[in-house]
Design a protein. Structure first.
Length: 141
């Protein structure tokens, strides 16, 4: 079964109800596609949510920030989360030696996707296309 890895940017679009992304994810679920994300995306999302909570200065912004945190927990409970394992780290180190110039977190996400022979779902083609053998789909179009 094909594995689809939803990257951080794409999940953020989904959380903001991006029309095309929402339709594609709904169709993927209806067709029982294997939708996953990575522990790196979990890290990035929770770091952002915690930063919003810490910066909140009014009850309204704090309540909204905690609401977004709750929604994020709910979203991740619906997805399989792929871990960062030795096979992913092997890819990561190889790509660093090749001097692939993308962000560390994106390179880790790509490495996890390759370790699982997965398709990465992102609109960030500019960076991810630099990673050899990575299969990319953009569901935001």
């Amino acid at each position: 079964m094909t594995v689809y890895v939803l990257d951080t940017d794409l999940l953020s679009l989904y959380q903001r109800n991006h029309p095309q992304v929402s339709v594609r994810i709904r169709l993927a679920r209806q067709n029982s596609l294997r939708l996953t994300t990575t522990v790196v995306t979990v890290e990035e999302q929770y770091a952002g949510r915690l930063a919003q909570i810490r910066k909140s200065q009014t009850p309204e912004t704090l309540i909204a920030a905690y609401g977004r945190m709750t929604a994020t927990f709910s979203l991740f409970s619906q997805l399989e989360i792929l871990g960062y394992e030795i096979s992913a780290d092997d890819y990561f180190r190889e790509f660093r030696q090749m001097r692939i110039r993308i962000g560390t977190q994106d390179l880790r996400i790509a490495s996890i996707a390759l370790a699982h022979k997965a398709i990465i779902v992102t609109r960030n083609r500019k960076d991810f296309e630099q990673v050899p053998d990575l299969v990319i789909e953009d569901w935001s179009l």
